[in-house]
Design a protein around this ligand. Sequence first.
Ligand code: ADP
Length: 238
Amino acid sequence: MNIVIECEKVSKSYENISALRDINLRLAQGSFLAVFGPNGAGKTTLLKILSNLVRPTSGTVKINGVPISDETNEIRRSIGVVSHNTFLYNNLTPYENLEFYGKMYNVPDLKKRIGEVIDEVGLTARMNDPVRTFSRGMMQRLSIARVLMPDPSIIYLDEPYTGLDQHAAIKLRDILRNLKKGDRTIIMITHNIERGLEVCTHVAIQAMGRIVYMEEIEKVDRDNFETKYFDMVGKGHY
Ligand code: ADP
């Protein structure tokens, strides 16, 4: 089994706030981990540490066996992050936005790659319209296309379903199903239990800075998962 993401005893404190406590995590290549947890559980902090935007207070993180603290361009290039910030330029078209990022990452055969990723997120028909005319769902999909440009082997998604209507959420689900084909390793934070369970290979529940539950999806009792979740995190959080 090829372990792609590995955390050992990772903790993070912000002054007197303990955001992460003793996180141990091992994810094999091709895994899609859905992380559920109430606000303040430390989920975003964990993703920031796993993308080397934030340093842990203690513990080690390895990506493909290499400590993230020795980060190389190769590690950076291998990780794509889909967050609330779309990093899109509203006055540019999807094509122009992707061309910009493609050049930044020296993506070879740029025109072909742009065509591929735009097709993957279902935006080919809107390729030449300014992004400012896009719905939230379309922006989200273009943001995924941007992240896909350098073909990252690891993708993190922080609450991608937030603000999407049912139609946009279904489109996103289909894109996520496609993303996990192949060898990509994916971590997605979401409050949407139903959407998380339907795409993932592994489930984690994070509460008060700890991973309090982690299981393979085949071993999860989906019908009773929500009850289990609230039992573990406490109903007071909602
Ligand atoms: P989640 O994503 O699960 O909502 P976060 O990782 O955003 O949780 O936050 C975990 C805890 O760390 C919270 O108590 C939050 O207030 C705190 N925290 C997060 N980022 C910072 C920061 N930059 N400075 C101080 N405290 C922070």
